[in-house]
Design a protein around this ligand. Structure first.
Ligand code: DI6
Ligand code: FE
Length: 404
């Protein structure tokens, strides 16, 4: 009798990048074998010397590169309407103020989102999610923040959850009530923050719709003192926080986020050394968003060398949103991370797998090791550099989410 270990799926002949070696994230194992049972990895390593498996199905990878499924850790994927007209007007010379006065900008997305039902938002956002999935994404974070009142924020978060039910992908939801000031609170940002922290957040958390809490800390967003009130409310509910920080100016938001043990601080073009040190000490991930940097024609780079020197883990995400990053390709985001931010191939790969997982507070995705989810991408390439190098194209050969 053979002592074969039974499993559901066995992948053979893979060129595996398991992302388990922090020092060498791009380390590859040739002729590797991966086994999954009940959606989780039971083995990922060299084929030679692996246990004998009795598999319900075997998939020959024929030397293809296999990585963990990609993780997009910062998106505003769910929203109503389009801002293409605003883009066109701005190309023709309209200023941000003119666009806003003509009813454009973030408030136009708020109006379109408030007018939409859960089904409407699922219908409008589903193709964006399908696009991400076609790039090998198996987990996506989706923020609220275009509803800006309890009912519409709830609708957004329900739509995000519904998308995760409708498509084969894990969705994590983030409450971003403190994204922008809705018109009904004009001149009363503190009153709106009261509503966000003491009405909206507790209600949505009680409904199980909130995995994390985010805010936009900026002159055109909310002050550090206002953000802190949101963070205190999150802490009281036991929810992790993250922050849009130092995108347009330095309000020391990253240090504030680090004080609250934030999972990540995001954007960070204007981050200073004190913020970097605080993030390093707190283990806060730097989530860089080159799509927004590109689309807004930003010229100040995030302090990559200093982040590296301090050992802050770097993630990359699409920031998919209608105003500043209408981007759904995480592969293109990796290319931008390399070309615009000068990240290495290994850094880009870690940035959309293991570091992106950490930015979501997860250690069961973003790497392939016994016990992690069997979320994996099989690529029609043999080198990680190919994934970062290309602009366009669909190098994904097959994608598995929880072993399926
Ligand atoms: N930072 C941004 O760049 C976007 N949100 C944020 O917090 C802008 C979102 C939009 O213009 O719709
Ligand atoms: Fe964002």
């Amino acid at each position: 009798m053979s002592a074969a270990v039974s499993c559901d799926t066995l992948w053979t002949g893979a060129r595996l990048v398991p992302m388990t070696d922090a020092a060498r994230p791009d380390a590859m194992i040739d002729d590797a074998m991966i086994a999954a049972r009940d959606g989780r990895i039971v083995y990922a390593g060299p084929g030679a010397g692996a246990p004998a498996f009795a598999a319900a199905r075997t998939i020959a990878c024929a030397g293809r590169l296999v990585t963990p499924g990609l993780i997009d850790c910062h998106t505003h994927l769910v929203y109503g309407g389009s801002r293409a007209g605003e883009f066109e007007a701005r190309l023709a010379g309209a200023s941000y103020e003119q666009v806003a006065r003509a009813g454009g900008g973030i408030v136009s997305t708020m109006r379109a989102t408030r007018a939409a039902s859960v089904d409407d938002l699922v219908a409008q956002s589903g193709p964006r999610l399908a696009d991400m999935i076609a790039d090998g994404v198996t987990t996506v974070e989706i923020k609220s923040g275009y509803g800006l009142n309890l009912a519409a924020e709830r609708t957004m978060l329900r739509a995000a959850r519904a998308l995760g039910q409708a498509q084969r992908v894990s969705v994590m939801t983030t409450f971003l009530g403190a994204h922008a000031l809705p018109p009904e609170y004009a001149g009363n940002a503190d009153g709106y923050i009261d509503d966000v922290a003491h009405v909206m957040l507790p209600a949505l958390a009680a409904e199980g719709l909130v995995d994390a809490v985010d805010a936009f800390c900026e002159g055109i967003g909310f002050s550090p003192a206002q953000v802190e009130r949101v963070f205190q409310a999150a802490r009281a509910l036991g929810l992790p926080v993250k922050l849009h920080a130092e995108q347009l100016s330095n309000l020391h938001g990253a240090a504030l986020a680090a004080r609250y043990g934030a999972l990540s601080a995001d954007h960070l073009e204007h981050l200073d050394q004190a913020g970097i040190a605080a993030m390093a000490a707190a283990g806060t991930v730097a989530a860089l968003l080159p799509g927004a940097y590109y689309f807004t024609r930003e010229t100040v780079l995030p302090p990559i060398d200093a982040l590296r020197a301090a050992g802050v883990p770097i993630a990359l995400a699409t920031d998919c949103n209608p105003g500043t990053s209408p981007l759904t390709s995480l592969l293109l985001t990796m290319n931008m991370g390399a070309t615009l931010f000068r990240l290495t191939v290994a850094e880009c790969l870690a940035a959309v797998t293991i570091h992106a997982a950490r930015a979501l507070g997860r250690d069961d995705i973003g790497l392939l090791a016994p016990g992690t989810w069997a979320d994996l991408a099989v690529w029609d390439v043999t080198q990680p550099a190919e994934l970062v190098y290309r602009i366009g194209g669909r190098p994904l050969h097959a994608r598995f989410w929880r072993g399926q």
